[in-house]
Design a protein around this ligand. Sequence first.
Ligand code: SG7
Ligand code: ZN
Length: 261
Amino acid sequence: AACSSFRLRDALHPLWQSELSVSGGTRQSPINIQWRDSVYDPHLKPLKIHYDPTTCLYIWNNGYSFQVEFDDSADKSVIMGGPLENHYRLKQFHFHWGAINEWGSEHMVDSKVYPAELHLVHWNPVTSTSFEEAIMENNGLVVIGVFLKLGAHHAGLQKLVDALPAVKHKDTIVEFDVFDPSCLMPSCPDYWTYDGSLTTPPLTESVTWIIKKTPIEVDQNQLEEFRMLLFTSAGEEEKRMVDNFRPLQPLMNRTVRSSFR
Ligand code: SG7
Ligand code: ZN
């Protein structure tokens, strides 16, 4: 029931009206990960994350989500290992969430939806000279997805939540230094990986997705603070920033690999 209702709402949502005209590709995201159809790959290495907290720059409301941006001018905050052939630089992270706890994540696992999903966006500095270039390149980007579920208060997330009132309106931006996003990573190393796309325009099929199996826990108040943000600029009629996720896309001819049995 939740499924059919959010499909309808998505089709009506201003964020996605432009998408109705985008023709379908062959490796679009997000997807429903069917646990039993995923294939264990013993060659998948553990993902290594080295984030330098001093590369964190600022937080902004871009009218889709709130986003934390990093200095990516050198190999300071990088990931490697996992399914990757070289290191990738952290550019930004952002979240997708629902108006209520029953939906909000972009990916699903066995049709289970989480109330929110964190995306850490990285680019390949070996095959591209900039993030903008990497967006257009096959496997130019790696996005790590982490599900958020309702549970205990998350102390690491709270530093972010405390900054949100300052970026309530679209196109507002404030400094946000010295933050290590690895505090938002679940301790369990298990993940799924598949070839996909950006989930917002330009929807380019340039993303290696790494979806962590285990969610992190956040409390109700923290999710409510996400829902206080606005899609709209100061002076406009207020529209709450909620339901900023793309609907599921067909798996087509793809295999989801797992790092775990
Ligand atoms: C959000 O998701 C923003 C976008 C991001 C997009 O709308 O974070 O970032 C910027 C720079 O506007 O697009 C190219 C890019 O990172 C899609 O990212 S996602 O596929 O991980 N959801
Ligand atoms: Zn995203």
